[in-house]
Design a binder for this molecule. Structure first.
Ligand SMILES: [Fe+2]
Length: 361
């Protein structure tokens, strides 16, 4: 039987999948009430892995442990009064005292799940994820700076980034910050709140990710409907396992769960496949026939001579750029535009080549 924090020597992919499922089930105990916005811990795990993959010495095993730990970093909230967890607006003093117990409660509560989690939990990452770099935060304890375990500092960066870029219950009336705004705020607080070197690293990881998945992807049009087709087909087969047989034209018809709940579950599954968060959300939305996020800015294409006809685009349409992981390395970008009910695709070798789109289906 594994002990808390013990690293297994080797773990096969299927064993890891089993542990991931167990961790995901445990996560849903405290986030399951809101399957879509309740993906906070999934996103935190995603950002933590992204950051850790740039930290020297972090191998597959450590990254797996960090991923599971980050998914469960708020597990202690399972044991907090749901009225405190779901409260809209600021907590009063007594509620804060209760809320601040969640790191310790999480470590205690996970003791009984060690077998199922295969030892892939880093208790200090959970215990100290709200400890500030300057020694403030909670729980109490004379610990600060680099003495705070690395896994806790990594999770803290991922946690703060997601908190800033997501809508939260306590500031429902305010929009989330953009990633750039969030990173700017994190830089301002670096050294006091967060490990400054990790904030720097996260900023560079984020920049690299933005370059990969965003911007104006240059394009060389190719026969790539099979590529997006693979992702959408994957989404549909996951969907079948989640909701049973369905009509692809009306995937949510006759499904008992809410659309947001199905979306949340599908995104979680796709994140475990080969998609980043934004792509997973959009592929899932496409498979569910839900509107994609609107990211199009008319000024991005106005006057572009390589886009004949695109200046006629209506102000309202949707687009998404997918990062390609399973394509030859020279093809790095896929640009997908859903427009007038049809899906347009292009693939590019590098940014800045201009863009050309073709009707794919
Ligand atoms: Fe937390």
């Amino acid at each position: 039987m594994p002990r808390l924090g013990e690293v297994p020597d080797r773990m096969t992919q299927s064993e890891y999948q089993r542990v991931f499922k167990a961790a995901d089930a445990a996560r849903k105990k405290y986030e399951g009430h809101d399957a879509y916005t309740g993906q906070h811990s999934v996103r935190v795990a995603h950002y933590a892995v992204l950051l850790a993959s740039r930290i020297p010495g972090y191998g597959t095993n450590e990254i797996r442990r960090l991923e599971i730990t980050a998914m469960l970093h708020d597990y202690g909230k399972t044991f907090i009064d749901p009225r405190v967890i779901k409260k809209e607006g600021p907590l009063d003093d007594a509620e804060w005292v209760e809320m601040k117990r969640h790191p310790e409660l999480g470590v205690q509560g996970l003791q009984s799940k060690l077998d199922a989690l295969g030892g892939l939990v880093m208790p200090l990452g959970i215990l100290w994820h709200h400890k500030l770099f300057d020694g403030g935060g909670y729980p109490d304890g004379r610990i600060a700076g680099m003495a705070i375990p690395l896994e806790a500092r990594v999770i803290a960066v991922a946690d703060v980034f997601d908190a800033l870029t997501s809508k939260r219950a306590y500031r429902k009336d305010k929009p989330a910050f953009t990633p750039d705004e969030a990173i700017g705020m994190m830089r301002e607080g670096a050294g006091r709140q967060l490990d400054p070197s990790l904030v720097d690293l996260f900023a560079s990881v984020h920049q690299a990710e933005s370059d990969r998945v965003g911007g104006r992807a240059g394009a060389r049009t190719m026969q790539i409907s099979s590529v997006i087709g693979v992702e959408v087909e994957r989404a549909r087969s996951i969907l079948r396992s989640l909701v049973g047989p369905f009509d692809p034209g009306h995937p949510l018809r006759n499904v008992k769960a809410s659309a947001d709940e199905v979306l949340g579950r599908l995104v979680a599954e796709l994140l475990r496949a080969n998609l980043d968060l934004r792509s997973a959300e959009n592929v899932a939305r496409y498979a569910l026939r839900m509107p994609l996020h609107e990211t199009f800015r008319p000024e991005d294409v106005d006057g572009d001579p390589i886009l004949p006809g695109l200046s006629d685009l209506p102000r309202h349409h949707v687009e998404v750029t997918l990062r390609l992981r399973k394509m030859p390395p020279r093809l790095s970008y896929m640009h997908v535009v859903a427009w007038r009910g049809e899906l347009w695709l292009s693939v590019s070798e590098q940014r800045g080549e201009g863009i050309e789109v073709r009707l794919a289906r």
